[in-house]
Write a protein that binds this ligand. Structure first.
Ligand SMILES: [Zn+2]
Length: 457
Protein backbone atom coordinates (compact mmCIF):
# COMPACT_ATOMS: atom_id res chain seq x y z
CA UNK A 1 0.00 0.00 0.00
CA UNK A 2 2.75 2.36 0.98
CA UNK A 3 4.69 1.69 -2.20
CA UNK A 4 1.62 2.29 -4.31
CA UNK A 5 1.06 5.62 -2.67
CA UNK A 6 4.55 6.81 -3.66
CA UNK A 7 4.22 5.49 -7.18
CA UNK A 8 0.92 7.28 -7.53
CA UNK A 9 2.37 10.47 -6.16
CA UNK A 10 5.36 10.20 -8.51
CA UNK A 11 3.10 9.70 -11.51
CA UNK A 12 0.92 12.56 -10.39
CA UNK A 13 3.84 15.01 -10.04
CA UNK A 14 5.28 13.80 -13.34
CA UNK A 15 1.94 14.73 -14.84
CA UNK A 16 2.11 18.15 -13.26
CA UNK A 17 5.62 18.80 -14.56
CA UNK A 18 4.66 17.53 -17.96
CA UNK A 19 1.60 19.69 -18.04
CA UNK A 20 3.39 22.86 -16.98
CA UNK A 21 6.14 22.05 -19.46
CA UNK A 22 3.68 21.51 -22.26
CA UNK A 23 1.94 24.73 -21.32
CA UNK A 24 5.23 26.60 -21.55
CA UNK A 25 6.37 24.89 -24.75
CA UNK A 26 4.82 27.27 -27.32
CA UNK A 27 6.15 30.26 -25.38
CA UNK A 28 9.58 28.66 -25.19
CA UNK A 29 9.56 28.28 -28.97
CA UNK A 30 8.46 31.89 -29.34
CA UNK A 31 11.35 33.23 -27.23
CA UNK A 32 13.89 30.71 -28.52
CA UNK A 33 14.91 33.08 -31.28
CA UNK A 34 15.63 35.92 -28.82
CA UNK A 35 16.97 34.06 -25.86
CA UNK A 36 18.72 31.11 -27.51
CA UNK A 37 18.52 27.41 -26.84
CA UNK A 38 18.94 27.92 -23.10
CA UNK A 39 15.31 29.02 -22.83
CA UNK A 40 14.26 25.45 -23.65
CA UNK A 41 15.74 24.39 -20.34
CA UNK A 42 15.04 27.54 -18.41
CA UNK A 43 11.29 27.58 -18.61
CA UNK A 44 10.46 23.98 -17.68
CA UNK A 45 12.99 24.25 -14.81
CA UNK A 46 11.42 27.45 -13.53
CA UNK A 47 8.02 25.87 -13.83
CA UNK A 48 9.20 22.77 -12.00
CA UNK A 49 10.21 24.88 -9.01
CA UNK A 50 7.04 26.84 -9.29
CA UNK A 51 5.24 23.52 -9.18
CA UNK A 52 6.83 22.63 -5.88
CA UNK A 53 6.49 26.06 -4.28
CA UNK A 54 2.93 26.72 -5.31
CA UNK A 55 0.63 23.86 -4.68
CA UNK A 56 -0.57 23.16 -8.19
CA UNK A 57 -3.38 20.96 -7.03
CA UNK A 58 -5.01 24.36 -7.09
CA UNK A 59 -4.54 24.45 -10.83
CA UNK A 60 -5.03 28.18 -11.09
CA UNK A 61 -1.31 28.58 -11.51
CA UNK A 62 -1.82 27.26 -15.05
CA UNK A 63 -4.44 29.80 -15.82
CA UNK A 64 -2.23 32.65 -14.60
CA UNK A 65 0.73 31.36 -16.62
CA UNK A 66 -1.45 30.90 -19.65
CA UNK A 67 -2.57 34.51 -19.40
CA UNK A 68 0.97 35.74 -18.83
CA UNK A 69 2.51 33.84 -21.73
CA UNK A 70 -0.10 33.90 -24.42
CA UNK A 71 -2.40 36.86 -24.04
CA UNK A 72 -0.22 39.28 -25.99
CA UNK A 73 1.16 36.83 -28.52
CA UNK A 74 -2.31 35.66 -29.49
CA UNK A 75 -3.64 39.21 -29.40
CA UNK A 76 -1.09 40.55 -31.88
CA UNK A 77 -1.40 37.44 -34.04
CA UNK A 78 -5.13 37.77 -34.43
CA UNK A 79 -5.65 41.53 -34.22
CA UNK A 80 -7.20 42.91 -37.42
CA UNK A 81 -7.20 39.43 -38.92
CA UNK A 82 -9.89 38.00 -36.64
CA UNK A 83 -11.03 40.93 -34.52
CA UNK A 84 -10.50 44.63 -33.93
CA UNK A 85 -10.69 44.58 -30.12
CA UNK A 86 -8.51 46.79 -27.98
CA UNK A 87 -5.94 44.99 -25.86
CA UNK A 88 -7.84 45.56 -22.63
CA UNK A 89 -11.08 43.99 -23.94
CA UNK A 90 -9.26 41.12 -25.56
CA UNK A 91 -7.37 40.49 -22.28
CA UNK A 92 -10.59 40.40 -20.27
CA UNK A 93 -12.09 37.83 -22.62
CA UNK A 94 -8.87 35.82 -22.71
CA UNK A 95 -8.68 35.91 -18.92
CA UNK A 96 -12.26 34.74 -18.59
CA UNK A 97 -11.89 31.89 -21.09
CA UNK A 98 -8.66 30.57 -19.56
CA UNK A 99 -10.18 30.85 -16.10
CA UNK A 100 -13.20 28.80 -17.17
CA UNK A 101 -11.02 26.14 -18.81
CA UNK A 102 -8.96 26.02 -15.64
CA UNK A 103 -12.09 25.61 -13.57
CA UNK A 104 -13.32 22.77 -15.78
CA UNK A 105 -9.90 21.10 -15.47
CA UNK A 106 -10.18 21.28 -11.71
CA UNK A 107 -13.56 19.59 -11.76
CA UNK A 108 -12.72 17.05 -14.43
CA UNK A 109 -9.06 16.01 -14.60
CA UNK A 110 -9.64 14.31 -17.96
CA UNK A 111 -10.00 17.64 -19.68
CA UNK A 112 -6.33 18.35 -18.95
CA UNK A 113 -5.42 15.86 -21.68
CA UNK A 114 -7.25 17.96 -24.26
CA UNK A 115 -5.67 21.14 -22.98
CA UNK A 116 -2.25 19.52 -23.33
CA UNK A 117 -3.01 18.41 -26.85
CA UNK A 118 -4.02 21.97 -27.64
CA UNK A 119 -0.70 23.31 -26.36
CA UNK A 120 1.19 20.68 -28.32
CA UNK A 121 -0.57 21.81 -31.49
CA UNK A 122 0.16 25.42 -30.59
CA UNK A 123 3.84 24.51 -30.20
CA UNK A 124 3.90 22.88 -33.62
CA UNK A 125 2.21 25.91 -35.14
CA UNK A 126 4.62 28.38 -33.46
CA UNK A 127 7.60 26.27 -34.45
CA UNK A 128 6.42 25.99 -38.04
CA UNK A 129 5.74 29.75 -38.34
CA UNK A 130 9.11 30.67 -36.85
CA UNK A 131 10.96 28.25 -39.10
CA UNK A 132 9.03 29.38 -42.16
CA UNK A 133 9.74 33.04 -41.38
CA UNK A 134 13.43 32.45 -40.86
CA UNK A 135 13.79 30.60 -44.16
CA UNK A 136 11.41 32.48 -46.40
CA UNK A 137 13.08 35.22 -48.38
CA UNK A 138 11.38 38.51 -49.04
CA UNK A 139 10.49 38.87 -52.70
CA UNK A 140 10.48 42.54 -53.56
CA UNK A 141 9.06 42.30 -57.05
CA UNK A 142 6.04 40.25 -56.07
CA UNK A 143 5.45 42.53 -53.07
CA UNK A 144 5.52 45.60 -55.33
CA UNK A 145 3.26 43.87 -57.81
CA UNK A 146 0.75 43.16 -55.05
CA UNK A 147 0.67 46.89 -54.27
CA UNK A 148 0.16 47.71 -57.97
CA UNK A 149 3.37 49.69 -57.81
CA UNK A 150 4.06 51.92 -60.73
CA UNK A 151 7.20 53.98 -61.12
CA UNK A 152 6.41 57.54 -62.12
CA UNK A 153 9.17 59.81 -63.34
CA UNK A 154 9.30 63.08 -61.50
CA UNK A 155 8.48 66.24 -63.38
CA UNK A 156 10.58 68.33 -61.01
CA UNK A 157 13.63 70.07 -62.39
CA UNK A 158 16.59 68.97 -60.29
CA UNK A 159 20.24 70.01 -60.69
CA UNK A 160 22.58 67.00 -60.72
CA UNK A 161 26.00 66.72 -59.11
CA UNK A 162 28.27 64.44 -57.06
CA UNK A 163 27.79 66.45 -53.88
CA UNK A 164 26.46 64.51 -50.92
CA UNK A 165 22.75 64.50 -50.07
CA UNK A 166 21.64 64.40 -46.43
CA UNK A 167 18.04 63.48 -45.62
CA UNK A 168 16.92 64.35 -42.11
CA UNK A 169 13.50 62.99 -41.17
CA UNK A 170 11.89 64.68 -38.18
CA UNK A 171 9.33 62.23 -36.88
CA UNK A 172 5.88 63.70 -36.35
CA UNK A 173 6.87 67.22 -37.41
CA UNK A 174 3.66 69.22 -37.50
CA UNK A 175 3.32 71.88 -40.17
CA UNK A 176 4.59 75.21 -38.76
CA UNK A 177 1.66 77.04 -40.30
CA UNK A 178 -0.87 74.67 -38.80
CA UNK A 179 0.59 75.28 -35.34
CA UNK A 180 0.87 79.03 -35.95
CA UNK A 181 -2.80 79.15 -36.96
CA UNK A 182 -3.57 77.69 -33.56
CA UNK A 183 -1.19 79.65 -31.31
CA UNK A 184 -0.85 82.92 -33.29
CA UNK A 185 2.67 83.02 -31.88
CA UNK A 186 5.46 83.65 -34.40
CA UNK A 187 7.80 81.53 -32.28
CA UNK A 188 6.17 78.55 -33.98
CA UNK A 189 7.51 79.74 -37.33
CA UNK A 190 11.07 79.95 -35.95
CA UNK A 191 12.39 76.90 -37.81
CA UNK A 192 11.02 78.22 -41.12
CA UNK A 193 12.61 81.66 -40.64
CA UNK A 194 15.90 80.28 -39.42
CA UNK A 195 16.35 77.82 -42.27
CA UNK A 196 15.17 80.33 -44.87
CA UNK A 197 17.90 82.69 -43.65
CA UNK A 198 20.41 79.88 -44.15
CA UNK A 199 19.37 79.46 -47.77
CA UNK A 200 16.81 76.70 -47.43
CA UNK A 201 13.70 76.55 -49.52
CA UNK A 202 10.70 76.19 -47.21
CA UNK A 203 7.80 74.12 -48.45
CA UNK A 204 4.98 74.83 -46.03
CA UNK A 205 2.07 72.47 -45.72
CA UNK A 206 3.77 69.65 -47.57
CA UNK A 207 1.51 66.63 -47.66
CA UNK A 208 2.29 63.04 -46.73
CA UNK A 209 0.38 60.14 -48.26
CA UNK A 210 0.53 58.15 -45.03
CA UNK A 211 0.16 59.15 -41.41
CA UNK A 212 2.29 56.30 -40.18
CA UNK A 213 6.07 56.12 -40.12
CA UNK A 214 5.97 52.40 -40.92
CA UNK A 215 4.32 53.16 -44.27
CA UNK A 216 5.36 56.73 -44.94
CA UNK A 217 9.08 55.88 -44.92
CA UNK A 218 9.05 52.63 -46.91
CA UNK A 219 6.99 54.57 -49.44
CA UNK A 220 9.49 57.45 -49.53
CA UNK A 221 12.40 55.06 -50.14
CA UNK A 222 10.54 53.24 -52.90
CA UNK A 223 9.47 56.18 -55.05
CA UNK A 224 5.98 56.35 -53.59
CA UNK A 225 4.10 53.12 -53.03
CA UNK A 226 0.78 54.95 -53.08
CA UNK A 227 -0.98 54.68 -56.41
CA UNK A 228 -3.65 57.27 -56.11
CA UNK A 229 -5.29 59.17 -53.30
CA UNK A 230 -8.84 57.96 -54.00
CA UNK A 231 -8.16 54.30 -54.36
CA UNK A 232 -5.13 53.66 -52.27
CA UNK A 233 -4.17 50.04 -51.79
CA UNK A 234 -1.92 50.85 -48.85
CA UNK A 235 -4.23 53.03 -46.80
CA UNK A 236 -6.88 50.33 -47.11
CA UNK A 237 -4.79 47.94 -45.07
CA UNK A 238 -3.43 50.67 -42.82
CA UNK A 239 -5.66 50.33 -39.77
CA UNK A 240 -3.81 49.36 -36.64
CA UNK A 241 -0.59 50.37 -34.99
CA UNK A 242 1.54 47.32 -35.62
CA UNK A 243 3.79 46.95 -38.62
CA UNK A 244 2.26 45.45 -41.72
CA UNK A 245 3.98 42.44 -43.26
CA UNK A 246 6.56 43.30 -45.87
CA UNK A 247 6.88 47.02 -45.19
CA UNK A 248 9.94 46.67 -43.02
CA UNK A 249 11.56 44.43 -45.63
CA UNK A 250 10.76 46.84 -48.47
CA UNK A 251 12.29 49.59 -46.35
CA UNK A 252 15.53 47.63 -45.87
CA UNK A 253 15.68 46.48 -49.48
CA UNK A 254 14.47 49.72 -50.98
CA UNK A 255 14.53 50.79 -54.62
CA UNK A 256 16.23 54.10 -53.87
CA UNK A 257 19.45 52.58 -52.51
CA UNK A 258 19.60 50.16 -55.47
CA UNK A 259 18.94 52.95 -57.98
CA UNK A 260 21.62 55.11 -56.34
CA UNK A 261 24.09 52.23 -56.69
CA UNK A 262 23.58 52.30 -60.46
CA UNK A 263 24.80 55.90 -60.26
CA UNK A 264 27.76 54.84 -58.06
CA UNK A 265 26.28 56.56 -55.05
CA UNK A 266 26.72 54.89 -51.66
CA UNK A 267 23.92 55.03 -49.10
CA UNK A 268 24.28 55.23 -45.34
CA UNK A 269 21.43 54.78 -42.89
CA UNK A 270 21.41 56.34 -39.45
CA UNK A 271 17.67 56.00 -39.27
CA UNK A 272 14.98 53.61 -38.13
CA UNK A 273 16.32 50.63 -40.06
CA UNK A 274 19.36 49.53 -42.00
CA UNK A 275 19.74 49.47 -45.78
CA UNK A 276 20.46 45.93 -46.96
CA UNK A 277 22.62 47.21 -49.79
CA UNK A 278 23.83 50.33 -48.03
CA UNK A 279 26.87 50.88 -45.88
CA UNK A 280 25.88 50.09 -42.35
CA UNK A 281 27.61 51.35 -39.29
CA UNK A 282 28.18 48.66 -36.66
CA UNK A 283 28.20 51.25 -33.89
CA UNK A 284 24.75 52.48 -34.80
CA UNK A 285 21.69 50.90 -33.32
CA UNK A 286 18.54 50.87 -35.44
CA UNK A 287 15.09 51.28 -33.96
CA UNK A 288 13.44 48.67 -36.18
CA UNK A 289 14.34 45.01 -36.02
CA UNK A 290 17.28 45.53 -33.73
CA UNK A 291 17.25 44.43 -30.13
CA UNK A 292 20.31 46.35 -28.96
CA UNK A 293 18.18 48.87 -27.08
CA UNK A 294 16.80 46.17 -24.81
CA UNK A 295 18.17 43.00 -23.22
CA UNK A 296 16.99 39.50 -24.09
CA UNK A 297 15.05 39.40 -20.86
CA UNK A 298 13.28 42.63 -21.78
CA UNK A 299 12.50 41.12 -25.17
CA UNK A 300 10.92 38.14 -23.49
CA UNK A 301 8.92 40.38 -21.15
CA UNK A 302 7.82 42.42 -24.15
CA UNK A 303 5.99 39.35 -25.45
CA UNK A 304 3.91 39.04 -22.30
CA UNK A 305 1.10 41.04 -20.80
CA UNK A 306 3.59 42.38 -18.19
CA UNK A 307 4.91 44.78 -20.82
CA UNK A 308 1.45 46.21 -21.38
CA UNK A 309 0.91 46.57 -17.65
CA UNK A 310 4.26 48.34 -17.12
CA UNK A 311 4.07 50.55 -20.19
CA UNK A 312 0.33 50.67 -20.73
CA UNK A 313 -0.10 54.24 -19.70
CA UNK A 314 3.38 55.46 -20.46
CA UNK A 315 5.56 54.89 -23.43
CA UNK A 316 9.03 53.57 -22.87
CA UNK A 317 11.29 56.62 -23.02
CA UNK A 318 14.64 55.00 -22.30
CA UNK A 319 14.91 53.18 -25.61
CA UNK A 320 13.63 56.14 -27.62
CA UNK A 321 15.95 58.61 -25.88
CA UNK A 322 18.97 56.40 -26.51
CA UNK A 323 18.06 56.19 -30.18
CA UNK A 324 17.59 59.97 -30.27
CA UNK A 325 20.99 60.58 -28.69
CA UNK A 326 22.64 58.05 -30.97
CA UNK A 327 21.29 59.63 -34.15
CA UNK A 328 21.96 63.22 -33.03
CA UNK A 329 25.58 62.30 -32.32
CA UNK A 330 25.98 60.64 -35.70
CA UNK A 331 24.61 63.74 -37.41
CA UNK A 332 26.87 66.08 -35.43
CA UNK A 333 29.95 64.01 -36.29
CA UNK A 334 29.08 63.42 -39.94
CA UNK A 335 31.76 64.26 -42.50
CA UNK A 336 29.86 64.02 -45.79
CA UNK A 337 31.70 62.57 -48.78
CA UNK A 338 31.07 63.02 -52.51
CA UNK A 339 28.68 60.56 -54.19
CA UNK A 340 27.06 59.68 -50.91
CA UNK A 341 23.55 59.69 -49.55
CA UNK A 342 22.94 59.85 -45.80
CA UNK A 343 19.62 59.18 -44.10
CA UNK A 344 19.00 60.36 -40.56
CA UNK A 345 15.86 59.83 -38.54
CA UNK A 346 15.57 62.16 -35.59
CA UNK A 347 12.78 60.92 -33.35
CA UNK A 348 11.60 64.50 -32.62
CA UNK A 349 9.12 66.12 -31.99
CA UNK A 350 7.17 62.84 -31.75
CA UNK A 351 6.09 61.70 -28.28
CA UNK A 352 7.25 60.54 -25.71
CA UNK A 353 8.10 64.13 -24.81
CA UNK A 354 11.39 63.42 -23.15
CA UNK A 355 15.12 63.66 -23.59
CA UNK A 356 17.02 62.43 -20.55
CA UNK A 357 17.49 65.21 -17.95
CA UNK A 358 17.39 67.85 -20.64
CA UNK A 359 13.67 67.36 -21.10
CA UNK A 360 12.27 65.25 -18.26
CA UNK A 361 9.58 62.93 -19.52
CA UNK A 362 6.12 64.45 -19.55
CA UNK A 363 3.90 61.62 -18.40
CA UNK A 364 1.00 61.55 -20.82
CA UNK A 365 -1.83 59.32 -19.87
CA UNK A 366 -2.83 58.18 -23.35
CA UNK A 367 -6.12 56.85 -22.05
CA UNK A 368 -7.37 60.09 -20.56
CA UNK A 369 -5.38 62.91 -22.16
CA UNK A 370 -7.48 65.54 -23.91
CA UNK A 371 -6.71 66.64 -27.47
CA UNK A 372 -5.98 70.14 -26.21
CA UNK A 373 -3.51 68.95 -23.58
CA UNK A 374 -1.79 66.62 -26.05
CA UNK A 375 -1.36 69.44 -28.53
CA UNK A 376 -0.07 71.88 -25.95
CA UNK A 377 2.59 69.36 -24.82
CA UNK A 378 3.53 68.79 -28.47
CA UNK A 379 3.95 72.52 -29.04
CA UNK A 380 6.16 72.89 -25.94
CA UNK A 381 8.31 69.97 -26.94
CA UNK A 382 8.55 71.11 -30.55
CA UNK A 383 9.70 74.59 -29.49
CA UNK A 384 12.37 73.09 -27.27
CA UNK A 385 13.53 70.76 -30.04
CA UNK A 386 13.56 73.47 -32.73
CA UNK A 387 16.07 75.48 -30.67
CA UNK A 388 18.25 72.42 -30.23
CA UNK A 389 18.00 71.55 -33.92
CA UNK A 390 18.80 75.06 -35.14
CA UNK A 391 21.98 75.03 -33.02
CA UNK A 392 22.96 71.70 -34.50
CA UNK A 393 22.40 72.80 -38.11
CA UNK A 394 24.30 76.06 -37.52
CA UNK A 395 27.28 74.29 -36.01
CA UNK A 396 27.45 71.44 -38.50
CA UNK A 397 29.82 71.76 -41.39
CA UNK A 398 27.74 70.60 -44.33
CA UNK A 399 29.11 73.19 -46.77
CA UNK A 400 28.87 71.25 -50.02
CA UNK A 401 25.99 69.03 -49.06
CA UNK A 402 22.47 69.21 -50.26
CA UNK A 403 20.11 68.83 -47.35
CA UNK A 404 16.49 67.73 -47.20
CA UNK A 405 14.70 68.09 -43.87
CA UNK A 406 11.16 66.73 -43.71
CA UNK A 407 8.53 65.34 -41.39
CA UNK A 408 7.28 61.83 -42.09
CA UNK A 409 3.79 62.94 -41.00
CA UNK A 410 2.28 65.71 -38.90
CA UNK A 411 0.68 65.88 -35.47
CA UNK A 412 -2.08 63.29 -35.33
CA UNK A 413 -3.89 63.87 -32.08
CA UNK A 414 -5.90 67.07 -32.43
CA UNK A 415 -8.71 67.64 -34.89
CA UNK A 416 -7.74 71.28 -35.46
CA UNK A 417 -4.30 70.27 -36.79
CA UNK A 418 -4.17 68.54 -40.17
CA UNK A 419 -2.16 65.36 -39.53
CA UNK A 420 -1.17 64.92 -43.18
CA UNK A 421 0.57 68.30 -43.27
CA UNK A 422 4.23 68.77 -42.42
CA UNK A 423 7.17 70.81 -43.69
CA UNK A 424 9.92 70.12 -46.19
CA UNK A 425 13.09 72.21 -46.17
CA UNK A 426 15.51 71.97 -49.09
CA UNK A 427 19.06 73.26 -49.33
CA UNK A 428 20.88 73.08 -52.66
CA UNK A 429 17.79 72.57 -54.78
CA UNK A 430 17.59 75.93 -56.45
CA UNK A 431 15.61 74.78 -59.46
CA UNK A 432 12.74 73.47 -57.33
CA UNK A 433 10.03 76.02 -56.87
CA UNK A 434 8.94 76.36 -53.25
CA UNK A 435 5.35 76.58 -54.47
CA UNK A 436 5.61 73.17 -56.07
CA UNK A 437 3.19 70.67 -54.68
CA UNK A 438 5.73 68.24 -53.21
CA UNK A 439 4.70 65.30 -51.07
CA UNK A 440 6.92 63.58 -48.51
CA UNK A 441 6.89 60.43 -50.66
CA UNK A 442 8.33 62.32 -53.64
CA UNK A 443 11.54 62.94 -51.73
CA UNK A 444 12.96 59.56 -52.79
CA UNK A 445 12.76 60.68 -56.38
CA UNK A 446 14.34 64.06 -55.61
CA UNK A 447 17.27 62.27 -53.94
CA UNK A 448 17.83 59.95 -56.90
CA UNK A 449 17.62 62.78 -59.43
CA UNK A 450 20.18 64.79 -57.41
CA UNK A 451 22.95 62.57 -58.73
CA UNK A 452 24.51 62.29 -62.16
CA UNK A 453 23.56 59.37 -64.39
CA UNK A 454 26.62 57.31 -65.29
CA UNK A 455 27.42 57.49 -68.98
CA UNK A 456 28.16 54.23 -70.72
CA UNK A 457 31.59 54.44 -72.33
ZN1 LIG B 1 6.41 58.91 -37.47
Amino acid sequence: MKKNYFVNKAIFSFDKILMTSILSLPFTIEVLFDFGAVSVLLIPITLYFLDIKINPSKYFVFFILCFLFYNNIIYYDTHLKLHELRLRYFSSIFLLISFCINLICLKNKNVIKYVNVFFLFLSISFGATKTYNSFSLFDRSSFLEKLNFEYKTSTLEIGKSDDPVILIILDGLSSSEEIFKHTKDSIDLKLDFSLKKRGYKVISNARTESLRTTISLPSLFNFNLHNSIDKDSIENIDKGLQTIDGFQEIFNENLLVDSLLTRSVKSYSFGVGEFTRGINNDDFCYLWGDSCYSSSLENIISKTIIEAIIHGLDRDTEKVDLFRKNSLEQLENLVPAQKSFYYFHLFFPHDPYSYFEEYPNVRLNYLTISEEEYLSEHIKYKRWFVDKFIDLIEDADFQNSRIIIAGDHGFRHNKSIAPELTNIYLKGYNSINANNDITVQQIGNIILESFLVLKLE
